[in-house]
Ligand binder design. Structure first.
Ligand SMILES: C[S@@+](CC[C@H](N)C(=O)[O-])C[C@H]1O[C@@H](n2cnc3c(N)ncnc32)[C@H](O)[C@@H]1O
Length: 222
């Protein structure tokens, strides 16, 4: 089955022999990739909605992988069971992801690795999870069609980050590269547009946006 560049990159970041729970699996294409291409033994594909899970089941059956990919209906981390060591949540808003993680602190204490790819509010997601027992082990950008997505790999442990590291991502700051520049050039443009539309009496918001613009300009030209 065809998999897009974003899901492939997520799949390639999963460590060999992991047992993954894919929260919000939708079509389960990622789980099929994990078993067929990455040779994982098993995976759990879950979704809050019956419709996507039915589609996931059909795709899994079509590939003959019913013995290796279990589908579970349920919200967030509810379908977690104790042998799972890696949780993947991708293609959702950052606030939804934070809500999912917040709802099950005991589950977070039991897993080794989180792979998150929020569509927005990436900084808030990093702050939340790094204050709750994880550090940022890796960060990758991936281009899929006209979008550039962030993928964050978190491992159990503690590390302190500066405001700048949370804003850009500590690993992104170290690696930089062409996708970093392209991603933050887009972020810069969206902030310049926002600033031009913000009323003059939004003093604090304007100040924050101006600071971010200056910070981005410095990093992409360094
Ligand atoms: C846009 S799809 C993303 C699918 C896939 N993870 C990806 O990255 O392409 C979002 C999926 O997450 C599911 N979803 C949304 N909120 C959820 C939650 N709280 N718990 C479990 N699944 C959720 C939706 O039903 C939908 O199938």
């Amino acid at each position: 089955m065809k998999i897009n560049a974003r899901l492939k990159k997520i799949g390639d970041l999963v460590e060999a022999n992991s047992f993954c729970l894919d929260v919000g699996c939708d079509h389960a294409l990622l789980d099929i990739y994990l078993i067929k291409q990455r040779k994982m033994e098993h995976a759990v594909a879950s979704d809050i909605a019956p419709g996507p899970l039915e589609q996931a089941k059909k795709n899994i059956q079509r590939e003959g992988l019913e013995d290796q990919i279990e589908t579970r209906l349920g919200p967030g981390l509810e379908p977690y069971t104790k042998d799972i060591n890696t949780i993947i949540i991708s293609g959702m808003g950052g606030r939804n992801i934070i809500g999912i993680l917040k709802a099950k602190p005991k589950v977070l204490k039991q897993i080794d690795t989180l792979i998150l790819s929020p569509n927005n509010y990436q900084e808030d997601v990093k702050k939340y999870i790094c204050k709750n027992g994880f550090y940022i082990a890796n960060e990758e950008f991936v281009r899929d069609n006209r979008f550039i997505y962030q993928i964050i790999v978190l491992k159990r442990g503690e590390r302190r980050y500066t405001k700048k590291e949370y804003f850009f991502g500590p690993v992104f700051l170290e690696k930089k590269g062409p996708l970093f520049r392209e991603y933050y050039t887009r972020e810069l443009k969206s902030r310049e547009i926002l600033l031009s539309m913000l009323p003059k009496n939004y003093y604090l918001k304007r100040l924050q946006v101006k600071k971010e613009i200056a910070m981005i300009q410095k990093e992409i030209t360094d």
